[in-house]
Design a protein around this ligand. Structure first.
Ligand code: SAH
Ligand code: DHB
Ligand code: MG
Length: 221
């Protein structure tokens, strides 16, 4: 199997499971035109996130790493009309692009894009005692996943679902001797999940239009 076959299979699966969607297409197009990297989730991963949030009955969603708002749109569409999604982004230019995309999708009433280092924003949330989230998607810088986990657990409650993207990195995460800060961060994150008796987790590797990567899925008890 090579990457061309993974891509062909992903295209086939997306064709069979997805309907044309102007807002999502426009979000990718405007992100590309604005010079953002194409590191958004794949369409079938986006739909999986949306379905997981729906299965959870999520009313409050937290996302770390907005980029152009592509995964944000998928997730926000899982919300009821009075739901809330807060998405954290360090780069102002990304947030500006994302807000336009979210607005075009008709979701700006549900979504707030908060600019700043996610650590600072999460610390402020904890300090302010904001209500817990039902569904949390970690997708910002991978070095900080351990710090993010520590903070988002304080913004969780029993039943909260946590999905973390990019925990495979073309298999590099299996290398215990890696000096790659992303790999070190993801490994420390997975160690923390393993050591936490209040979190039940699995992790799944994926191939497709975004190469070989994957995600972890956790439920807080
Ligand atoms: N979730 C998006 C992709 C996110 S890419 C999607 O699937 O569509 C990762 C994003 O995290 C980038 O936009 C990057 O600017 C942002 N980021 C990186 N470090 C960050 C930090 N410390 N705090 C907040 N956002 C950060
Ligand atoms: C990168 C970040 C992501 O969130 C992703 O899904 C793929 C790649 C990156 O920073 O390279
Ligand atoms: Mg990602």
């Amino acid at each position: 199997m090579d990457e061309q076959q993974w891509i062909a299979m992903d295209e086939y699966l997306c064709d069979r499971t997805q309907t044309p969607d102007d807002a999502l297409d426009a979000a990718l197009k405007s992100s590309k035109e604005a010079g953002l990297p194409a590191i958004n989730v794949a369409p079938n991963q986006g739909k999986l996130l949306q379905m997981l949030a729906r299965l959870r009955g999520a009313r409050r969603i937290l996302e770390l790493g907005t980029l152009g708002g592509y995964s944000t749109i998928w997730l926000a569409r899982a919300l009821p009309a009075d739901g809330t999604l807060l998405t954290l982004e360090a780069v102002e230019h990304h947030a500006v692009v994302a807000r336009k995309n979210i607005d075009r999708a008709g979701l700006s009433g549900l979504v707030s894009v908060i600019v700043g280092d996610a650590i600072d924003t999460l610390e402020a949330f904890v300090r302010d005692g904001i209500p817990p989230f039902d569904f949390i998607f970690l997708d910002a810088d991978k070095q900080s996943y351990p710090a993010y986990l520590q903070l988002v657990l304080r913004l969780s409650r029993p039943g909260t679902v946590i999905v973390a993207d990019n925990v495979i990195r073309q298999g590099r995460v299996a290398n215990a001797r890696s000096s790659d800060p992303d790999v070190i961060g993801v490994r420390a994150f997975l160690d923390m999940l393993a050591a936490d008796a209040h979190v039940s987790s699995t992790a799944i590797q994926t191939v497709g239009s975004k190469g070989w990567d994957g995600f972890s899925l956790s439920i807080v008890s």
